[in-house]
Write a protein that binds this ligand. Structure first.
Ligand SMILES: [Zn+2]
Ligand SMILES: [Zn+2]
Length: 416
């Protein structure tokens, strides 16, 4: 029989790695509550149109990376490549602007892109992110950026750097794009085929090209940040002032355009030097036209998403994040039954207890206790059973004590 493996670009997550995931997800839920975000869970597939309209037809994501399929009724569906478009779809569909307050959402979940798998980059990958709707204030931009950076810092994610830019708005971008098109056309034949097409259809996307020669050419093209309208300019200035107010270090990167069409004004990225060339671990920005473009009201929005696999590569699980592990060992059939009763009683009280049923040999049981990293082993041998006692062995110190059975719960309360 053929060996069945997980599809290329996907992976199974199990212990001890899965504990890191659980810890991280738990921290997301706790941290972003401080900023009044509420969780939102949207489907992992949507009608394809949502992403082509939302993300933009000429983006790398829509052009090359989407998992699109026809369902049995012949409708085109796509596994979500990102989550902002879905959150906006949900906001409009359920009229959440009127139904909920504040208009702040966070999410955690799998996304799908047909990309070349590499370190920290998968075809099924996971993102967490936040979205804030209805507030155009540059304070929100700075707060969202602050929360992203501060969250990573509280997790001791190392070697991180913040880059910011402004990508303009529907007032100033058309004029800039005209200039960009004219200049790009001058060296048109030196760009790759994709970029040659983008020059005609969506020249801003030239900056996303990963072809070395295109990157060099793009470096010499005009920057959008030098062609902002007054409104975008003053917004960008205030965002920077507010970031400084919060004591954040940032670097301006005029080539930062974030690969998705929906961004307006503020764009930002957090990178980690540990990950080599493609080193963004989190990115986001403002998207003031997206809600309207997807059929909703004229409503500003801003958010970010972080790549969980890439962040976890840069993060260590703290030494002790869980309660103490107990292991219960017994020596006879009678003790086995009593241990069985006791272990389930202790679980009801909230203790983590493991009991092995496969052998009466206490030495063999104790070996399993080592395997599950027990903190304390509770022992019910003949003497303990006869005297209504229980022995407790501390696995680290190797010290063993014997106490009365009725004192066990008090002892556990003190020591676990
Ligand atoms: Zn503008
Ligand atoms: Zn190119």
């Amino acid at each position: 029989m053929n060996k069945l493996n997980a599809p290329k670009g996907t992976k199974d997550i199990y212990s001890p790695e899965v504990e890191k995931w659980q810890y991280f997800e738990d921290r997301i839920r706790k941290y972003f509550r401080l900023f009044s975000y509420k969780e939102i869970r949207t489907p992992i597939f949507e009608r394809s149109e949502l992403f082509s309209r939302g993300i933009g037809n000429e983006t790398e994501v829509v052009q090359k990376e989407m998992y699109t399929f026809e369902d049995k009724a012949g409708r085109s569906m796509t596994l979500r490549p990102e989550n902002t478009a879905s959150v906006v779809r949900s906001l409009i569909e359920h009229n959440l602007m009127n139904e909920l307050f504040p208009h702040r959402f966070f999410y955690i979940g799998p996304m799908f892109r047909y990309d070349k798998p590499q370190q920290g980059r998968y075809r099924q990958f996971h993102q967490f992110g936040v979205e804030v709707f209805g507030d155009n204030s540059p304070y929100v931009d700075a707060e969202v950026i602050f929360s992203a950076l501060d969250f990573l810092q509280t997790l001791n994610v190392t070697d991180i750097k913040l880059f910011i830019n402004s990508v303009g708005c529907s007032d100033c971008r058309p004029g800039y794009l005209e200039k960009l098109t004219i200049e790009a056309k001058e060296s048109r034949e030196h760009f790759c085929n994709d970029c040659q097409r983008k020059i005609e259809t969506n020249p801003l996307r030239i900056f996303d090209c990963k072809v070395e020669s295109c990157i060099t050419l793009a470096d010499k093209l005009p920057n959008i940040t030098d062609h902002l309208c007054e409104d975008c300019n003053s917004h960008y200035k205030e965002v920077k002032i507010n970031l400084q107010l919060l004591g954040l270090d940032f670097t301006e990167n005029k080539k930062l355009v974030r690969g998705l069409d929906y961004y307006t004004k503020t764009a930002f990225e957090i990178t980690s030097s540990k990950l080599g060339a493609q080193n963004a671990i989190l990115g986001g920005g403002r998207y003031n036209n997206l809600v309207k473009e997807l059929g909703g009201q004229d409503l500003p929005g801003i958010g970010f998403s972080g790549g969980i696999e890439r962040i976890l590569l840069n993060m260590e699980l703290p030494q002790k994040t869980d309660s103490k592990q107990l292991f219960i060992a017994y020596q006879s059939d009678e003790a086995k039954a009593e241990a069985f009763r006791l272990s389930n009683r202790l679980r009801q009280l909230g203790y983590r207890v493991y009991q092995d049923y496969s052998t009466k040999k206490i030495a063999k049981q104790l070996q399993k206790g080592i395997k599950i990293n027990t903190d304390f082993t509770l022992i019910l041998a003949e003497d303990e059973l006869k005297n209504n006692e229980i022995s407790i062995k501390n696995f680290e110190t190797r010290k063993q004590i014997t106490i009365k059975r009725e004192d066990l719960e008090t002892w556990l309360k003190k020591n676990c």
